[in-house]
Ligand binder design. Structure first.
Ligand code: GAR
Length: 196
């Protein structure tokens, strides 16, 4: 008899939640589990998804805190209640401060819609097309103080099609993200990801 999922993952979101959904759906076959979901946006569709699936879910609304430090303290409390092994940012659209990042150093992951170090920041698909990039994709990396600059764990890439527009490129990269993030957590749970 197996021991069941060994790695507890807390997912932090801001919006739509398709990566959360992919992580959750693939967790049922994998050796990690979703301990719960925290959103800085109380209206995030990702929270509705979490509730429908019976996952512990809560909002920590950044707008009600006077400072970033206070918001991040509350976010950390919400996360610690889930006692996660790993925290996976999945479409979390706020920059995290040094104290928060240090607190979870080495077990705080992010997925970013580009082949880092190319195109950190927002609007990556439009910028990749404007730059004439021939390849594009997604990256899972450790979060550090450097925004979108932490050590890369895994990437999934595709070739940009001639005449491709932002919408199709975004959809194709998103489909890669939905494979890449569960893959990384699966590997992490098996102890196959080495981070420094
Ligand atoms: C995803 O493409 C994710 O990579 C990106 O936001 C989207 C969220 O979609 N994240 C960032 O841009 C982080 N800077 P989802 O809510 O459907 O998972």
């Amino acid at each position: 008899m197996g021991l069941g999922p060994s790695l507890k993952v807390a997912v932090v979101v801001s919006g739509r939640g398709t990566n959360l959904r992919a992580l959750h759906e693939k967790a049922s076959k994998g050796n990690y589990s979703i301990a719960g979901v925290v959103s800085n946006n109380p209206m995030a569709p990702a929270l509705d998804y979490a509730s429908r699936q019976g996952l512990p879910a809560c909002a920590v609304d950044h707008r009600v805190y006077a400072t970033r430090a206070l918001f991040e303290g509350a976010l950390a409390e919400a996360l610690d209640r889930l006692s996660p092994d790993v925290i996976a940012l999945a479409g979390f659209l706020r920059v995290l401060g040094t104290d928060f990042v240090r607190r979870y150093q080495g077990r705080l992951l992010n997925i970013h819609p580009s082949l880092l170090p190319s195109f950190p920041g927002l609007d990556t698909h439009r910028r990749a097309l404007e730059a004439g990039a021939r390849e594009h994709g997604a990256t899972v990396h450790l979060v550090t103080d450097a925004v979108d600059g932490g050590p890369i764990i895994a990437q999934a890439g595709l070739r940009v099609a001639p005449g491709e527009d932002v919408a199709t490129l975004e959809a194709r990269v998103l489909a890669l993200e939905h494979e890449l993030y569960p893959y990384v957590l699966e590997r992490w749970a098996r102890g196959e990801v080495v981070t420094h």
